[in-house]
Design a protein. Structure first.
Length: 568
């Protein structure tokens, strides 16, 4: 295709709101343009990449036995009421009302609709297992849309759902989907990890995420370099660290103006590992409106873990400053478990400390040498509520954990009978018994993949597309073609010959300076570049270069066609 006839509005400058490479390069390269916060127009180059990813996803899913369907974007509220999620989904779900005052949502995911479809069309065990998927627009009113396609509000997802009569059939399908996602990422040529993950509001069972590794990723992955263990930090199990040291006498100490753990530790000249911090959240019980979560000073709360603790109100919500002052009569920086009139949950590593520093529940005072058994009245529940940190022991005993950053592109879930049960789905088995089918669901971020690929595959000049998804196979750069008939003729012929061999070709036929064309070619990132210029043609050659290699090969036009077509 001719560059001059396509809409490829490349830019020299990065958009002001772009913080990461993929956002910058996809806009600068003319792949996408912003419409509104978190929503993007796809231009011809962008669509070509998107369609290549979709094609690979389809091929691998079909190979794994999944069937493609297409479900609506606008979904009736009744189905979400049946599953119980209409009230559980927060403001991320975009809700609307039609002219008859009926309520709908714009699909953030499709469990309800597919389960409803299933119960209408599947009646017999003979039709199971059944694995359905579609590639469709999703809308999630993300609190902070950012990073271009990475965290958009409107995006494209492949979502699949499987239905089974028994666990064995389900486990086979789950393993097949795990293998299928691995195959997709391997085909694209990406460095990725499959990790244990938290299920969020989708399901209660086990789940795995697929992460494309990149520094700009929003997720931390904890993994063991010496075993197969890998988990999203949201999910990774924290092992209780030993609390060494003697039991000390307790002392109340004046700590004026120290509002943070770091400030307290510095003031008292102790390590933050010897301090505890106390976070107050809303409780889900009539005995107490609030509940205290206690962590070692150097640890961070894991909100997903804390949200699953009995007695914590869901979704997890921190008490406001005013709430704390009204209920406890103390400011946020001076709270501690000694004498605290609230139920207490201590992280296992905080609970292991023999002596610790904590707020004294009096403004500007802390206790030094506090001890759980001796000084904290009432029951203290011990649980894993913290994020793992680098160097923590891996839960499988294989040694210290390392961290990587990743971009989540896929997430597969074991749903059990959560939706089939709630929506009253049954299938008759061979003996005529009604069985509630077991479900799995499998999400893949098709549009996020475009950004994830660029995050992993770029350099200072632009994108370096992997062959499998590149918008074109070959970029023919014709130098001064509008002034040289020779260049125009050879470039035209290369374009036609390469196309005849089944390759896709972008022919830069614009009346522009060579420097502009080279800069755009680097920016757009097509994997093979052929430069046609008068100087080379005098010797009968053109220049061939891979986008990811510095080497330039001087070949005749015929030889370059043969090289690219894989003909020896
Ligand atoms: P995240 O933790 O990144 O918000 P999620 O757990 O909400 O993701 P799922 O509900 O599992 O995501 O959705 C399946 C896939 O859809 C994700 O793995 C991701 O690739 C993609 N996805 C989710 N949210 C977005 C978004 N806001 N923009 C682009 N892609 C998204
Ligand atoms: Mg999300």
């Amino acid at each position: 295709m001719k560059f001059s006839q396509l809409i490829i509005p490349t830019l020299r400058e990065a958009p002001a709101d772009a913080e990461i490479a993929s956002h910058v390069l996809l806009v600068r390269g003319g792949f996408i343009r912003r419409l509104a916060s978190g929503s993007y127009n796809w231009l011809p180059l962008g669509v070509r990449v998107l369609k290549n990813i979709e094609r690979i996803v389809r091929e691998e899913l079909e190979r794994a036995g999944a069937q493609e369907i297409l479900m609506p974007v606008v979904q009736p509220a009744e189905l979400w009421r049946e599953s119980g999620r209409w009230d559980v989904m927060g403001p991320e779900m975009l809700r609307l009302t039609d002219r008859h005052d009926r309520e709908y949502c714009v699909s953030p995911t499709q469990e309800e609709v597919v389960t409803d479809l299933f119960r209408r069309v599947i009646t017999s065990y003979r039709q199971l297992p059944c694995n359905l998927y579609h590639i469709q627009t999703k809308f999630r009113d993300e609190i902070r849309p950012r990073f271009g396609l990475m965290r958009a509000r409107e995006f494209i997802m492949k979502d699949g759902y499987s239905f089974h009569l028994d666990e064995e059939s389900f486990e086979t399908a789950y393993a097949a989907m795990h293998a299928c996602y691995s195959a997709i990422l391997t085909r694209v040529g990406l460095d990725y990890r499959a990790v244990e993950a938290d299920s969020g509001s989708i399901g209660d069972g086990e789940s795995h995420e697929f992460h494309v590794l990149a520094e700009s990723g929003e997720d931390d992955i904890a993994y063991s370099p010496t075993s197969a263990y890998a988990a999203n930090v949201e999910k990774a199990e924290a092992v209780a660290l030993p609390g060494d040291g003697p039991v000390e006498p307790i002392r109340k100490t004046h700590t004026p103006g120290t509002k943070t753990i770091e400030a307290v530790a510095e003031f008292l000249d102790v390590d933050t590992t010897r301090c505890v911090k106390t976070l107050i959240v809303h409780a889900d019980s009539h005995q107490s409106r609030l509940l205290a979560l206690v962590l070692r000073g150097d640890h961070q709360l894991n909100e997903a873990k804390a949200g699953r603790i009995d007695g914590v109100r869901r979704p997890l919500e921190f008490a406001s400053k005013a709430d704390i002052e009204a209920n406890l009569g103390v400011g946020i920086g001076s709270i501690g478990p000694v004498g605290l009139p609230l139920p207490i949950v201590a992280d296992s590593s905080a609970a292991a400390l023999a002596s610790f520093v904590c707020g004294a529940n009096i403004d500007d005072y802390h206790y030094v040498g506090a001890n759980w058994k001796r000084d904290v009245a009432g029951e203290v529940r011990v649980a894993d509520i913290r994020n793992v940190v680098e160097g923590d022991p891996a839960p499988d005993g294989s040694g210290p954990l390392d961290f990587l950053r990743g971009i989540e592109v896929g997430h597969i879930f074991k749903l059990g009978t959560k939706y089939s049960q709630a929506m009253g789905v049954t299938v008759q088995d061979a003996s005529g018994r009604d069985v509630v089918p077991i479900m799995g669901c499998y999400g893949f971020g098709v549009s996020r993949m475009v950004a994830a690929i660029v995050e992993q595959c770029h350099d200072t000049d632009g994108i370096v597309w992997p062959d499998a998804v590149a918008p074109f196979d070959v970029h023919v750069v014709a130098l001064n073609n509008t002034k040289s008939d020779g260049v125009q003729t050879v470039a035209d012929r290369l374009h036609d010959d390469l196309r005849a061999r089944g390759l896709t070709v972008l022919f830069d036929d614009r009346d522009d300076r060579p420097g502009v064309k080279f800069a755009d070619a680097d920016l757009i990132g097509i994997p093979n570049r052929i430069t046609v210029g008068d100087r080379g043609l005098k010797e009968g050659i053109v220049e061939y270069r891979r986008r990811d290699e510095a080497d330039v090969r001087r070949l005749t036009p015929d030889a370059v066609v043969q090289t690219l077509a894989g003909i020896p």
